[in-house]
Ligand binder design. Structure first.
Ligand SMILES: Cc1cc2nc3c(=O)[nH]c(=O)nc-3n(C[C@H](O)[C@H](O)[C@H](O)COP(=O)(O)OP(=O)(O)OC[C@H]3O[C@@H](n4cnc5c(N)ncnc54)[C@H](O)[C@@H]3O)c2cc1C
Length: 395
């Protein structure tokens, strides 16, 4: 029996907020999204990957248009710098199908399906709370409104989470992630890496960190950008004038990457770049009726799992199922909390294990071969599943 006629307020209109709004509307609710930013979020032009099966499900269920471009590849190639030189050494290949997306194009595709009339932008939510009726309350500069359910999709600094789980705090990992996107022209003089990236995504291991490279759809139909992430420990000095210094990542690349990959990073005119500390946290219960948390508001895993946006999208599919199967909003939210809290905790644990192996205690990559990488992957997963590791986890 479906719960119908609910009024749902969503705080945050990014990936999680838009997906949750679509889910609630598909389950028959009257939805309003409150997004504080007035600008276009698609300007966050980074790359993300998701399992191809999830992408297919989102298209067939009407969350994403079939015209949203992806750059699918089926394999993962592990590289390192050969000992005693600057050449590239291939360590292993694993089956690892992913649909690589442009974050901005993904957001725009979801946003289009939310609809203009329910998406209120440029209006920050000042507070959420409980009305005397027991319903949830959203307060903005334009006044207060009651809802049967308030979805906190307001990111890792969520104010909605302060109501559900006020004691949750991010746990810093101690290392940083540098994200960048660069035009394919940076690969003009590097035909071998370009050829490789057309069929695989790349993990480049070094002592004290690693880098990930993959192609994503560009803003012009049919075009591609190179997206990459480099993980490493912070430099000893930081320039307060430039919190995202290119010199940080170029220094790491120069010291640790094979020459051709360091050159790609050094040459690229970045279309987007960001440097941020890696941290994680998990909320013990992702919903306390009438409040519910989704996406980064509920939990943040270290990015090695490539699961933040994936989790947000799966949160939405779960909400739709729970509302369609529950007899009350509270019952639906309890179902949601059962499923999604466990998944958040599982991913945070997995992210920490992968972080240990890929950054904190890296193996001697140049000494490894395909069987060692397979064994390393199995040990890091420790029985968990991850779409990034293909069939590694299966006995
Ligand atoms: C290096 C790196 C690599 C990653 N790679 C991947 C990947 O490959 N695959 C993947 O699935 N994920 C990946 N992720 C994670 C993914 O990018 C995030 O998890 C995801 O974008 C979070 O979406 P969100 O909607 O929950 O939060 P956000 O995108 O942070 O959105 C929160 C929104 O809430 C709004 N907001 C906040 N407060 C208020 C308020 N008071 N009132 C109104 N609005 C408010 C904000 O303006 C914002 O738009 C990666 C992350 C990193 C750092």
């Amino acid at each position: 029996m479906a719960v119908t006629g609910l009024r749902v307020g969503v705080v945050g209109g990014s990936i999680a907020g838009c997906a949750m709004a679509i889910a609630a509307r598909r389950a028959g609710a009257d939805v309003t999204v409150h997004e504080r930013s007035d600008g276009a979020l698609q300007d966050r032009g980074f790359g993300i990957v998701m399992p191809p099966a999830l992408h297919r499900e989102l298209v067939s269920d009407g969350y994403l248009g079939a015209d949203m471009p992806t750059a699918p590849v089926a394999a993962r190639v592990w590289l390192t710098r050969a000992s005693g030189g600057r050449s590239t050494r291939e360590l292993a290949r694993q089956r690892s199908p992913v649909a690589a997306c442009n974050w901005g194009l993904l957001w725009r595709a979801l946003r289009t399906n939310v609809g203009e009339e329910v998406y209120r932008r440029g209006l920050p939510v000042e507070s959420v709370g409980r009305a005397s009726s027991g319903r949830a309350l959203i307060r903005t500069g334009a006044g207060e409104r009651e809802y049967d359910i308030v979805v906190g999709a307001d990111g890792h600094r969520s104010l909605t989470r302060d109501v559900v789980a006020p004691d949750v705090r991010p746990v810093p990992s101690g290392y940083l992630a540098w994200r960048g996107t660069i035009p394919l022209s940076a690969l003009r003089d590097h035909p071998k890496p370009l050829e490789l990236l057309r069929s695989a995504w790349v993990t480049l291991g070094f002592s004290g960190g690693h880098a990930v490279f993959y192609l994503i759809p560009g803003p012009v139909p049919g075009s591609r950008l190179l997206a990459y992430v480099v993980y490493g420990f912070p430099p000893r000095t930081e320039d307060p004038e430039d919190p995202v210094p290119l010199s940080y990542v170029r220094g790491l690349a120069d010291e640790h990457f094979p020459a051709e990959w360091a050159d790609i990073v050094a040459r690229g005119e970045h279309t987007a770049r960001a440097l941020h500390p890696v941290a994680d946290f998990v909320t013990p219960r992702a919903a306390e009726p009438p409040f519910l948390l989704a996406g980064d508001a509920a939990s943040v895993t270290r990015p090695h799992t490539a699961s933040g946006a994936v989790k947000a999208l799966q949160d939405a599919l779960c909400l739709e199922r729970a509302l369609s199967a529950g007899s009350s909003a509270a019952e639906a939210l309890h179902r949601y909390a059962e499923e999604r809290s466990a998944e958040g905790a599982r991913l945070v644990e997995l992210g920490r294990r992968l972080g240990r192996g890929l950054v904190e205690h890296t193996p001697d990559w140049p000494l490894m071969g395909p069987a060692d990488v397979e064994e390393w992957s199995r040990a890091a997963l420790n029985g968990a599943t991850s779409y990034l590791y293909g069939n590694v986890h299966r006995p």
